[in-house]
Design a protein around this ligand. Structure first.
Ligand SMILES: O=C[C@H](O)COP(=O)(O)O
Length: 251
């Protein structure tokens, strides 16, 4: 099996003001700095207004920074949008794209997500492309088909294992406390691994994260599942102790 270093990503979503974000980021940077060699890379994705101050707070640390979205365009008359260059200017290495909350709240299509990912790649960002089925789709036995369609439509030409991470997030498990069973996760991640062939260069080295109610009590079991190469964590990433416990459960 290809060895893939774990990535533990914290998606703060629309939570926290400057003081909260700086305290959390500084706490995590201190833990990363003091940990020595780890089995994981740690990433935080704060809301846009916090990127610059958080970048200053974690400067010199191995804690990585990412955005929660970016535009498909590089600049211009696009009110409210944030260009990939603005993320790199703020010190970001990663950007989350196609999160189910963006797909639902903003009507983002697979084609738009692919365009955003291509724009992110052009600026040297690593795109974390999110996929996952709803509860009704799972109940109808469509989980793999839905994920296949999202992968086919959302991964741009030029994607490689170095510039693209896939996050499998079953919508029904996000923020609900319902976690997919290790067997559910194993089956979908194996399906995604097979689907990446031909869509991502060096597909066997591409990371596939699991997201959806990951917490300290279930992290070790989930992170041990084959083809689970880390986690995309929402609620539990807002508490340093919980997020660090999830990360250090990686072996
Ligand atoms: O991006 C993170 C996911 O939506 C998971 O969120 P959650 O850990 O709060 O369920």
């Amino acid at each position: 099996m290809t060895a893939r270093r774990k990535l533990i990503a914290g998606n703060w979503k629309m939570n926290g003001l400057k003081a909260d974000g700086l305290a959390l980021a500084s706490d995590l940077a201190g833990r990363v700095n003091g940990a020595g060699a780890t089995a994981f890379d740690l990433l935080i994705c704060p809301p846009f207004p916090l990127l610059f101050p958080v970048a200053d707070a974690i400067a010199g640390s191995a804690l990585a920074l990412g955005g929660q979205d970016c535009a498909a365009k590089t600049s211009g008359a696009h009110t409210g949008d944030v260009a990939p260059t603005m993320l790199t200017d703020a010190g970001c290495r990663y950007v989350i794209l196609g999160h189910s909350e963006r797909r639902a709240d903003h009507g983002e299509s697979d084609a738009l997500i692919a365009a955003k990912a291509a724009a992110a790649h052009a600026q040297g960002l690593i795109a974390i492309i999110c996929v996952g089925e709803t509860e009704s789709q799972r109940d109808a036995g469509q989980a793999n088909a839905v994920v296949s369609g999202q992968l086919a439509g959302s991964i741009p030409a030029g994607a490689t294992a170095a510039n693209t991470v896939i996050a499998y997030e079953p919508v029904w498990a996000i923020g609900t406390g319902k976690t997919a069973t290790p067997e559910d996760v194993r089956a979908v991640h194996a399906h995604i691994r097979a689907e990446l062939e031909g869509k991502i260069a060096d597909a066997g080295a591409a990371k596939i994260l699991y997201g959806g109610s990951v917490k300290p009590s279930n992290a070790a079991e989930l992170m041990a599942v084959e083809n689970v190469d880390g986690a995309l964590v929402g609620g539990a990433s807002l508490k340093a102790d919980d997020f660090w416990a999830i990360a250090t459960s990686c072996r």
